[in-house]
Design a protein around this ligand. Sequence first.
Ligand code: ING
Length: 310
Amino acid sequence: MSRIINVGAAQLGPIAPDESRVSAVNRMIDLLKQAKDRGVKLVVFPELALTTFFPRYYEQDISKMDHHFERGDMPTPETRPLFEKAKEYGIGFYLGYAELTEDGHRFNTSILVDDTGKIVGKYRKVHLPGHSEYDGNRPWQHLEKRYFEPGDLGFPVWRAMGGIMGMCICNDRRWPETYRVMSLKGVEIVMLGYNTPDVNTSAPEPNHLRMFHNHLVMQASAYQNSCFVVATAKAGIEDGCMLIGGSCIVQPSGEMIALATTVKDELITAACDLDLAKMGKETVFNFAKHRRIEHYGIITGQTGVVEPAE
Ligand code: ING
């Protein structure tokens, strides 16, 4: 029996700094309606899908950013309509948001909710890019290291909706370790949201490379880990800062099977046959058969580069 799941990446256009969560939720509900009309069973929303990308702003007192965080467990009052509509439609979803825990920890978080409305799992962003102090050389700040702690949940996977599902967030997608940990647990779909400024504020970089690198890392990682990658942007100009679009669905061959064409709210969809992941897992990337872990220790034993002596 084939395991085909109709998947959607529900890209969001910009969320203005003063835009309410209710507005963002209503836009996501509209995308859910489109998903239902197109027979979609699983929808991936972006990273920080309820607010503007607030790490572009500096606050001396980080608690001044707490209004961008969700407190306590999901669903919150503002997100409850999204959960209810998804359950009514029988659609599972990934939602990215800023999490402020009861004991005062701040994470860049995502949750996976299945098609019965059950919260299956939570992930907290491990790879935090950017910087933690104000940097006057940048046109915009990228203060994720200031406002968030590194994730403390690792890279879990869950059996849900007939497959093995995993999550990551934005910068995580650039690191091969992210996918390899999940594919060592058999992941078949890696879901992720991203907010990626189209100007690299850390170093001068030709602009076309933003989109090239965005797709390169996910296509390579889908192939090298024999899994689908569903990646959803928050896109467009937020408070003068352009965020790239390029939401896409990549199959285990590494080929892109759906690609967004706008920088606005846009649903892209694909029928994902999870058994397509089997071929790679059983042949070219049969980890048990081909990996030689006795030579890989440095990957987890050493953080930075140590060059050979002069
Ligand atoms: N955004 C960016 C990302 O990883 C970035 C930050 C852009 C880092 C380009 C390096 C190069 O896509 C987030 N939110 O991680």
